[in-house]
Design a protein around this ligand. Sequence first.
Ligand SMILES: Cc1ncc(COP(=O)(O)O)c(C=O)c1O
Length: 363
Amino acid sequence: MSSDTGEFVGAYGSGGLACSAEAARAADEHDELASARQLFTLPDTIYLDGNSLGALPVAVGPAVTDLMDRQWGQQLITSWNVNDWWRLPGRVGDRIGRLIGAAAGQVMCGDSTSVQLFQALVAACRMRPGRGTILTDADGFPTDQYLADAVAELLELKVVRLHPGELAAHLSDDVAVVSLSQVDYRTGELFDAAAITEAVHAAGALMVWDLCHSAGALPVELDAIQADFAVGCSYKYLNGGPGAPGYIYIAARHLDAAVLPLPHQQVIDGDLVVGVVRTLLAHVHPHRRAEQIGRVELVGKRLARGEVAGSSPVRPGVLALADRLQVEAVGFDGGHRLQLERRITGIDARRRRVVDMGQGDQA
Ligand SMILES: Cc1ncc(COP(=O)(O)O)c(C=O)c1O
């Protein structure tokens, strides 16, 4: 988004769109988060697509080199034990858990968001037998909608699509599960996860949150809001890199009752226990948790690190920057802007074609 003259320019509109590089640098000088820039390897550009693919953290290169050269190259198969590869899904899961307000033991990192959403939806629906409806956002991410349809077909349920704001009118004793993204991926609108979860529980249903566009971008408090299930990816605001794995959160109180449709491996007291044995162990082992469906993806998990952006102090700075860009660069007036606290990092580009793609073209 930078032009030859060094100006930061929004492509839309006629007047007052410039936000000079000088002004931006001055703002940076007073920004307590300015030093975070050094944690990432970035070309000399303003990058606004972290909601799709997060930037490369500088720590990743050495970690991947170590994985390749020492762990795989030298230590070979012993690495499953000496480098604790077996437990990586849970270890990375616990680190992600710190970003999403989940106490240890409830998050597993692995597989894709889509696979994890399928797992969560089936498990949650099965926990509400006799109820026939899944509610989901009509404008939600397409994959999430396809998965709701697929799960409904599999379990002979129906899907009702709505706007999250209309939820109250649709909640009934026939609703098994409500599946929503915490953030509207098109607009950045942030939904009230606590209030929605409470309303869903009041109707006797279970809540599945998609955190792809919130984890790492703002504080998320899954335990505090009593969320049931959640899923997310690690290649956006967790800076895990292309193809980095997703994750699933299952609230501790559901770990025994939730039966995931795809069998997981378990590591219990150092032994690998596969598949169906887990149901037997449920009765004897109190610390059961979801683990990986198949082999652990090691490179992806090495990359899945991003504790910077999600921590609370980042949120005000991120909002201020988003607001500044929305107003100064994109040029929307107050009437078009979502309330600051109801957005994440995104700029609302719904109504106008606004983005300068670097060539001056509108997109
Ligand atoms: C909100 C949301 N949900 C689900 C997905 C699907 O993730 P994946 O394709 O990694 O399974 C995405 C991907 O961008 C997403 O943005």
